[in-house]
Design a protein around this ligand. Sequence first.
Ligand SMILES: Cc1ncc(COP(=O)(O)O)c(C=O)c1O
Length: 401
Amino acid sequence: MNPFLDSLLPYPFERMNALKAGLRSRSNAPHIALSIGEPKHATARFLVDAATDTAHVQAGLGTYPATRGSDALRAAIAAWATKRFALSRGTLTAERHVLPVSGTREALFSFGQCVLSGRADRCAVLPNPFYQIYEGAILLRGTAPHYVACPESTGYLPDFDSVPASVWDACELLFICSPGNPTGAVIPLDSLKRLVALADRHDFVIAADECYSEIYPDERRPPPGLLQACAELGRDDYARCIVFHSLSKRSNLPGLRSGFVAGDASILERYFLYRTYHGCAMPTHVQHVSELAWSDETHVLDNRALYREKFATVTPLLAEVLGVREPEAGFYYWPQTPIDDETFTQRLFVEENVTVLPGRYLSRPHDGGDPGVGRIRMAMVAELAECVDAAERIVRFARTL
Ligand SMILES: Cc1ncc(COP(=O)(O)O)c(C=O)c1O
């Protein structure tokens, strides 16, 4: 067996199951899970119709899909990204700069396998706390992870200034996540530009996970992206930069398994080769739905309006007992807990039948600290009434502490 498998930690939800094993809730109220970031808003009707269109599904089931995806899908993606991130026209081409992926989870993982050399003296840099796939991709390639804390003092952004030059010299791949899971922090455009300069200076690749980029409160201020930083720098070849986007959160399609990667054409050419063996080509009927989804913004605007209403209602409720702040973007709260995060999670479940995720399951101890300890992650994915119900139960519970 691959010896690096031993370095993987159980996934947070398995740790969660172990934490709750043997516990029974004393509450008769229905269970509410705020622990999983699975969008629950209704999928737009035209997308459901497209996904269940018998002719397309039948055609898709009867063919091997192409790894590169259809020209039409890649064109829709290139057009979307060009408009969304104000890229210079024609610089992000459907032919060379875009690949469809079967959800960003598999893409983030396989991208790590493709880019990292596996040399013992090299490393990869990732935020802490983080989406667990980054670390899995790094560890399973036998690469050393270097964690960068996202403390409250930096607005929950990775403190890149704390990274020694020797680490950047050894770095092959930097993962960033903006808007952040779990912190909701958005990396400003100037910081993205500085990271691009750092990547040039120290010769590494940036993998920017932007799968929450379309969930944000202010229509006038969409979160910036890495390709946008490149465009502003006049870096129209997007050298060293790859972004990851998903329909899961943007279009409430987590079950479709659809996203894309875009950026540096020379890296994508190598990644395309990798993917032909990796074998995660997107089924053609899924490509069809995806093309429609990337070509429409109305349903995305409607989705954002639902989150806006939800955060406006729930934040003042929770703020009575927990130091919650509305996330800059994305759909998570990441508050401190008045007691240990695992104990808080257990007791909240027992008293109120609400499940949250202990922060420590999303972070690692590093440099004498652990930015997840004493925090919880709460996903505001359910419909408004259920989130309000959950908030009221949390308030009742927190008042007993
Ligand atoms: C930060 C982050 N990146 C990537 C993903 C994967 O999303 P998907 O594979 O559905 O595109 C998730 C899912 O929750 C996530 O939170």
